[in-house]
Design a protein around this ligand. Sequence first.
Ligand SMILES: Nc1ncnc2c1ncn2[C@@H]1O[C@H](COP(=O)(O)OP(=O)(O)OP(=O)(O)O)[C@@H](O)[C@H]1O
Length: 315
Amino acid sequence: MSLLKVQNLTKEFPLGFFGKERLKAVDDVSFEIERSRIVSLIGESGSGKTTVGKLILKLIRPSSGQILLNGRDITQIKGRELREYYRKVQGVFQDPFSSFNPIYKIDRVLDMVFEEFFPDTPASERRTKMEEVIASVGMNPREILGKYPHQLSGGQLQRILIARTLLLNVELLIADEIISMLDASTRVDILNLLGDLRERGMSVIFITHDLSLGYYISDETFIMYRGNIVEMGDTEKVFHNPIHPYTKMLLESVPEIDRKWDLSKRFIPELVSSSNAPCKYYDRCPIRDERCLVQKPAMVEVEENHKVLCLKAGD
Ligand SMILES: Nc1ncnc2c1ncn2[C@@H]1O[C@H](COP(=O)(O)OP(=O)(O)OP(=O)(O)O)[C@@H](O)[C@H]1O
C-alpha cells in the first residue's frame, strides 16, 4: 500500500467579483507516493502546486476527490484523528520567519511539539531529543536553543522547521518552495537534508518552480499545468525523455550558463485560454490537431512509471 494516494482531487475557487464563475485550481489530480521517496511538484506560477500541498495538509477542503494516507481517507477526519494525522504529515513553507512566534525562543518552539503530541515525555528527555535533532540538521544545539527566531538566519530557521519534523518522526513532509529565499550554498545544504530525511524513511513532496532543484533531489517528478498534472514519473524519464509539449517547453526554457538571452525565443505565457478545447494546453500547443479540440486527454503510460496527459502521447 502506498503512503499517500490522491484520487481525482479537485479544488475550485470562486472567481470574479460575485464569485459566480469558478476556477479549478486543482483539476482531477491523481497520484501515489511510496515511502522513502522525494517527489517534486513542478509548474509555473498559478499552476496549482501550493493548492495541492494545502489540500494534503488539510488547510483547505477539497471540492471533490480523496486523499488517503496509509489507505485511510483523511478528507473528513477531525479531533483526535486529525491530531494523529499531523503527527505524520507536516508542512514547511517558503518564508520560515512567518512560521515562528517571535516571542518564543527555539527551545520553547520545539518543546511545544512535546506538549502537543508527547506530553508525558520528561523534561530531561525532551532536552536530549531537541539537542539530537538540532545536531542532525547540522547545527550546534548550544548556539541555537536559547535564541529567538529574529537572531537566526532564514537557512537556520528552515533547518529548525525540518528538525521539528524529526521530533515528530513524520512520514510525509510537504516542502513548499522552502529554498527560494536561501543563497546557493545554503540551498544545497537544505536539499541534502531532505535527502537525509528520505534515508530515514520519510517521504517529501518538494514543491518548486525550479527544474534544476527538482532534478537534483527528486526520485519522481510531477509537472503541473493549470491545475492538471500533465506529465509524471521517474525524474530521469521525465527530464531525459519529456513527452508533453509543456514539459518540453519548460525544459528548453531553463537558462544555461553558456547561452545568451534571445528575444526570438522569449515565451509569454497565455494564462486564459481563448479556445474551449478540453485540453488546457491547446492554445499554446505546437503539436495540436483537430482531435484535441473535441477529445479530453487522459493519462497515458508511455513507459514504466512515466505517464503523460496528452492525446498525442500514444501516437
Ligand atoms: N484562496 C484562494 N481563492 C481564490 N483563488 C485562489 C486561492 N488560492 C489560490 N487561488 C488560485 O488558484 C490558482 C493556483 O494557485 P496556487 O497558489 O496553488 O499556484 P502555485 O502553482 O502554487 O503558484 P506559485 O508558484 O505562484 O505559488 C491560482 O490561479 C490562484 O490565484
